[in-house]
Design a protein around this ligand. Structure first.
Ligand code: PLP
Length: 385
């Protein structure tokens, strides 16, 4: 198998499953049971993980709240601020946010009678701040660190500058952490969400980072765990796994992971361009994640190509979908201003640990095979579908 879909999920870091095994077997204590050693051992595993996460993302250990992953972190981050807002207050988001962000904002707007404002993006993925109107009503902004489909990084420092002082900034950093250095402190963020499985950790675990002292009402306070900020008995094995992945990622970033993955991605893009000169690489000259390549291939249906490669054991993704011969273009590319024809033609190749030059050669050759032998989009268009 050739796995080139690391923005979807990643394999576990080497040694991680062995590291967490004791917490699935004999070391099964409840971290709230502090009167005996079994509980204290569970608690210390959690605190060790908290420290490792804080070192990876440059936040204080006490600012970290363990959750079940990106979607939960995003949901409780936004709910916890929105539930304290007044009727008519506004939440600002970008046009290219992940559905997890859009859905919870939608829910909050309806439930608390709030307003939503969307920052448009241009074809370069740049946020069009000058099109935001009446900043004064904005109490919360939610903008992603890096886009999951294109890898394009957003200008959070400028966003922070234009926001009213009283507005909080939530950042969905699910796609950036572990791929490039990330500093919660330096970006001036108030709330930040991410998931372990995007950087070699287990699925079902993530964190919400809450800046010390911000006003936020915990939607899931339950039994008071995580300092009353996220109730529920902690998943000790998964939290320990997140800590392990954080240490692994920090070490890799310090020894040049971003640069080596960028070299591999860049060689894929230049080899593909050599084979198929008509391809367009989205955001090619922009600040983007070093592992992500979003490629538009004129005349191709991205989801068909993804299926073709899947049949050959090569795993990648498409932002678009094709069901019963009707195409739904990638909402991210559509929001950037790409035509529907372009937005269905995109594929996302995302590199990660373990990928090699041979993987690059294989996928380039299979994509060109597909393009030489298939042009389904043209066929379907000529049939008027
Ligand atoms: N945000 C972004 C940018 C993502 O890419 C994803 C997952 O793909 C999520 C949020 C949701 O993360 P999870 O599925 O771990 O809850």
């Amino acid at each position: 198998m050739t796995y080139l879909d690391h923005n979807a999920t990643t394999p576990l870091a080497e040694g991680l499953s062995k590291y967490i095994l004791p917490y699935l077997q004999g070391d099964f204590g409840n971290p709230s049971s502090q009167s005996y050693e079994l509980g204290r051992s569970a608690k210390s595993a959690i605190e060790e993980a908290r420290l490792s996460v804080s070192e990876l993302i440059d936040a204080k250990p006490d600012e970290i709240v363990f959750t079940s992953g990106g979607t939960e972190s995003i949901s409780i981050a936004i709910l916890g601020v929105a539930s304290m807002m007044n009727e008519g207050d506004e939440i600002l988001r970008s046009a290219v946010e992940h559905p997890a962000v859009k859905a919870v904002i939608n829910f909050c707007v309806k439930s608390f009678n709030l307003e939503e404002q969307v920052i448009p993006v241009d074809i370069n993925g740049d946020l069009l701040f000058d099109q935001v109107t009446d900043l004064s009503k904005i109490k919360l902004a939610s903008v992603m660190f890096a886009n999951n489909e294109t890898g394009i990084l957003h200008d959070l420092l400028t966003l922070k500058k234009i926001l009213p002082e009283t507005a909080l900034l939530h950042v969905d950093a699910t796609q950036g952490i572990g791929k490039i250095p990330f500093s919660f402190k330096d970006l001036g963020i108030d709330l930040c969400s991410f998931s372990a499985h995007k950087f070699s950790g287990p699925k079902g675990i993530g964190a919400l980072i809450l800046k010390e002292g911000i006003s936020w009402e915990p939607p899931l306070s339950g039994g008071g765990q995580e300092q009353g900020r996220r109730g529920g008995t902690e998943s000790v094995p998964l939290i320990a796994g997140l800590g392990y992945a954080a240490r692994y990622s920090k070490k890799n970033l310090e020894s040049g992971y971003s640069e080596s993955i960028r070299n591999l991605r860049d060689s894929f893009e230049s080899k593909l361009k050599k084979e198929l000169s008509e391809v367009e690489i989205v955001g090619v000259n922009l600040n983007r994640l070093p592992n992500t390549s979003n490629v538009l291939i004129p005349g191709v249906v991205g989801s068909d190509l993804v299926r073709f490669l899947g049949e050959r054991d090569i795993c990648i993704s498409a932002g678009s979908a094709c069901k019963a011969n009707t195409f739904s273009p990638s909402p991210v590319l559509s929001a950037m201003g790409y035509s529907s024809l372009s937005a269905v033609s995109g594929i996302r190749v995302s590199f990660g640990h373990g990928n090699t030059k041979e993987d690059v050669d294989l996928i380039v050759s299979e994509i060109s095979n597909f393009c030489k032998n298939n042009n389904k989009l043209e066929g379907l268009l000529s049939e008027g579908k």
